[in-house]
Design a protein around this ligand. Structure first.
Ligand code: NDP
Length: 446
């Protein structure tokens, strides 16, 4: 499909330890057989300063350069990958983007390499359904952002998120799944087989599709957010926390992710502040207890009924301070006219948003698949409550694109396996119907 058409340009990647997005960036170049120089800035002040200077002041890893041109972090790199521009910069000719040329037909395409997609790939590979797995914007999914997965059965000592994902990728490949970098632009369910178009223009066809494309980190849409994302504002504490050693840090949110990130950040922060918009936390007791231990140790302070309304700072200097609003009744941004609402400025050197996720289902918008108001897929069907069938026969959903409630690695894995089994049954039925049709046609010809 792609081939090297000229000498490879020089690729440099600044990385740090425990940085899932750094791993994603390296995986992307590895998958293209592109060589790169890696500079790990962990505990190397001089190298870190060099990275910040070359990256126009951004204090986030990874930072990717191609022939000295700043490409940026993972988001910027994967955005270029989606449009095919990354291949152009790397001198990789893309022969497959000719208008309507179909790159390949597969019995099954799986969207996403999170826990749901990879489990589906393992099952589908074992069922000889020759799955092609499209990695999507966030290869490895949300678990690559988790340092320690303590509740996945079978690992009494816990396991690192990236390690669990990498093990599953290896297992999927072992059973014959192919993993491909790329992001699906659209699925056309008006054709038979389905037509699956990637953002770089590549078109595949498939008899069945499993949507396991997960959900992406939400942002607040407040002033300063766009400008300072990557410059002290982040949605990934494990990626960026270490860059703000000694600073006061703010975590926004009241779910498990906010509690986990706040606990993690105490390793680096002077004090971690958690701002949550109401009185009760949504997080599990386990996480709340851990946070309260840190509160007792003086490492975390909790600000309830408080919301972030603006982040102040500059790309050169990073986050300087934030504006917060507080009202004892909760949801203060809904009560800005209330005289009881207090607005105040607060000094912090870094801000981490942990306010949940939005499902990645835009590529299914033009299909007949039902979605709820937030974009989660509506599924039903399956024997014994399988719940992976959408309204479109042959199109299945699994993991966080469907499940906004449980959102656990183990439930995503369970659903991925169900989707692969349902898809296998669908493909078997299709094959039987096709061969019955062929026999009928042959008999009619006689
Ligand atoms: P959740 O949806 O559980 O929590 C999001 C939090 O952000 C809520 O407290 C919510 O407030 C708050 N929030 C949402 N929107 C806004 C906004 N606009 N302004 C201010 N606050 C906002 O998401 P998580 O990412 O925390 O967790 C998702 C799933 O992943 C859960 O099932 C969780 O159990 C799991 N998880 C498990 C972990 C573990 O055990 N290791 C770690 C991380 C996640 P409100 O409560 O008022 O709605």
């Amino acid at each position: 499909m792609t081939e090297q058409s000229q000498a490879q340009p020089r690729v440099e990647i600044y990385t740090k330890d425990d940085c899932p997005y750094c791993e994603k960036a390296k995986d992307l170049f590895d998958s293209k057989d592109v060589e790169y120089e890696e500079y790990n800035v962990t505990d190397d002040e001089e190298l870190f300063e060099e990275m910040v200077e070359r990256a126009d002041g951004r204090k986030t890893a990874p930072e990717v350069f191609i022939d000295d041109e700043l490409i940026g972090g993972w988001d910027d790199t994967s955005a270029l990958e989606e449009t095919g521009e990354l291949d152009a910069k790397l001198g990789l000719a893309d022969e497959s983007s000719d208008d309507d040329e179909i790159v390949e037909h597969r019995p099954l395409i799986i969207a996403g390499t999170g826990i749901a997609g990879l489990t589906a790939a393992i099952y589908a590979g074992r069922a000889n359904n020759d799955p092609l797995v499209i990695e999507g914007d966030e290869p490895g999914g949300q678990l690559t952002l988790t340092t320690d997965v303590a509740n996945y059965p079978g690992f009494p000592e816990g396991i690192g998120g990236p390690e669990l994902v990498n093990n599953m990728k290896e297992q999927a490949r072992k059973f014959g799944a192919n993993l491909k970098n790329g992001v699906i632009e659209s699925v056309d369910d008006s054709t038979d087989p389905f037509r699956v178009e990637l953002k770089n223009g590549d078109v595949y066809t498939a008899d069945a599709v499993i949507a396991a494309s997960g959900a992406s980190a939400r942002t607040l849409g407040i002033p300063g957010e766009d400008e300072l994302m990557g410059y002290g504002l982040s949605t990934c504490a494990t990626c960026d926390g270490a860059f703000f050693r000694g600073e006061d840090m703010l975590v926004v949110g009241g779910g498990d992710a906010a509690m986990e990130e706040a606990t993690f950040l105490t390793k680096f922060a002077d004090t971690v502040y958690i701002a949550h918009r109401r009185e009760e936390f949504r997080a599990e007791d386990h996480w709340i207890d851990r946070v309260h231990e840190k509160v007792e140790d003086g490492e975390i302070e909790i600000m309830k009924n408080t919301e972030l309304t603006e982040v102040h700072g500059s790309q050169e200097e990073g986050v300087d301070y934030v504006t917060l609003v507080e009202n004892d009744e909760g949801h203060p941004t809904d009560r800005l006219d209330d005289p009881e609402t207090d607005e105040f400025e607060f000094d912090v050197g870094a801000v981490f948003l942990a306010i949940g996720h939005t499902p990645n289902t835009g590529y299914l918008e033009d299909t007949g698949v039902e979605m709820d108001a937030d974009g989660y897929l509506e599924t039903q069907g399956g024997e014994g409550g399988g719940q992976t069938e959408t309204d479109v026969p042959g199109l299945f959903g699994a993991g966080d694109v469907v499940d906004y409630h449980y959102q656990q690695a183990v439930t995503a894995a369970g659903m991925g396996s169900k989707a692969a089994l349902d898809a296998d049954e669908y493909l078997d039925d299709l094959e039987r119907a096709e061969s019955a049709g062929e026999i009928e046609a042959a008999t009619a010809d006689d």
